[in-house]
Design a protein around this ligand. Structure first.
Ligand SMILES: Cc1ncc(COP(=O)(O)O)c(C=O)c1O
Length: 375
């Protein structure tokens, strides 16, 4: 039997046609498709007062966000330890230091009550990362940031299409970033975006994503470039390429199909696994979220045996994530009490969730988990 992968991108004829059209255009760098992708993403987020800048990965979106707020060596950024490596690396790339905070037991997102104890004279920003279907308490984050005069970087790599208190993700944060990597809810093969509030920020990001070149985006979106320009600031080669923008556009167009399928699959998992006492499922009705992954929590000593059992039955599983404070790189960074993160890091397990989930495959996964737990 073929293994059921944890992630499986939805690549259909539309994406293939879009890729062919963008290649046939002959303008392979940043061009019209990227401009169009930014426009459609802004429409999708549905906020007139926000601007979207597309880049080549979620990691570069984070790095540029850190640069945009002017982080420098010696500064500190509070981040959940339960986060993607990209967040820690983006902070470190500016010379600043991550400060590791615990997460809440219910949402697996940053515990703002615990973040209070971590604020110091060098704190400049806080990262609010939405973990899958569970969103951070963004009101509490905004209040915390305003009381301590901090910038907020909202890592929404998992939450494109979700709503927080009836507000679309991307429409209300100080700075918000998305990822469109190969396994995300929608993919550009690789891609990312930064959502900001001011034109000044947009212009700085346009330069920073193009190794500092002052090339007007309006010219590049006409599939042209200027040969003379000024370079005013540090930058990296982080722009999105036309091929990736074209694929992203066809993925965005099928967001509602992707959302419905993922919601249905998650509801099915929650319902069918509810009777297994040792399995904890996400605390979500999945009504107003587009879930990126489906996780369960099981007793730490059962996790590897369950993974092995599922593997024997053709089912792959994932671990999102090993907490940051387990990595050698972060041994010496400042941290608070991380007891919830420590526990969750040992219990968390991702089950397969695809953009169009095959019902038979899902029944096989559920049945195999029930067998393992003898229910
Ligand atoms: C929460 C989070 N932030 C950032 C990233 C980085 O995005 P990318 O893989 O596009 O660099 C990821 C990637 O998985 C992620 O899960």
């Amino acid at each position: 039997m073929e293994q059921i992968p944890v992630f499986k991108p939805l690549i259909e004829n539309d994406e293939i046609q879009a890729a062919v059209a963008s290649l046939e255009l002959g303008w392979l760098g940043m061009g019209g498709y990227v401009g169009e992708f930014e426009k459609e993403l802004k429409n999708f987020i549905g906020s007139d007062d926000r601007h979207v800048v597309a880049v080549n990965t979620g990691h570069s979106a984070l790095h540029l966000s850190m640069m945009l707020i002017g982080l420098k060596p010696g500064d500190e950024v509070i981040t959940p330890s339960f986060n993607n490596i990209a967040d820690f690396q983006a902070i470190l790339a500016t010379g600043a230091e991550p400060v590791l905070c615990d997460i809440r037991e219910d949402t697996l997102c940053i515990d703002i009550a615990k973040a209070e104890a971590l604020v110091g004279p060098k704190t400049r920003a806080v990262i609010a990362m939405d973990y899958d279907c569970c969103l951070a308490d963004h009101d509490a984050v905004a209040d915390f940031a305003s009381r301590h005069n901090l910038r907020v970087i909202h890592d929404a790599a998992h939450s494109l299409g979700s709503y927080y208190n009836n507000k679309k993700i991307g429409s209300f944060s100080d700075i918000c970033i998305f990822s469109f990597d190969p396994v995300k809810t929608i993919t550009c093969i690789d891609g990312g975006a930064i959502v900001v509030k001011t034109q000044e920020e947009v212009e700085a990001l346009h330069e920073m994503r193009l190794i500092g070149m002052g090339q007007p985006a309006s010219v590049m979106y006409g599939n042209q470039r200027a040969w003379t320009y000024d370079v005013k600031r540090l930058g990296f080669r982080y722009h999105m390429a036309n091929l990736h923008g074209a694929i992203g556009l066809s993925q965005l167009a099928k967001m509602s199909k992707i959302t419905t399928s993922r919601q249905m699959a998650c509801k099915m998992y929650n319902e069918m696994l509810a009777d297994i006492p040792e399995v904890r499922t996400p605390l979500s009705t999945f009504e107003d979220v587009t879930p990126f992954l489906y996780y369960i929590r099981i007793p730490a000593e059962k996790r590897q045996p369950l993974r092995d059992y599922l593997k024997e039955h053709g089912i792959d599983t994932g671990i999102h994530w090993q907490p940051g404070h387990w990595f050698s790189l972060l041994q010496n960074v400042r941290r608070g009490d991380l007891s919830v993160t420590e526990r969750v890091g040992n219990e968390i397990l991702s089950l397969p969730l695809h953009s169009v989930m095959d019902g038979n495959a899902q029944q096989h996964i559920i049945k195999t988990i029930q067998e393992f737990f003898n229910v």
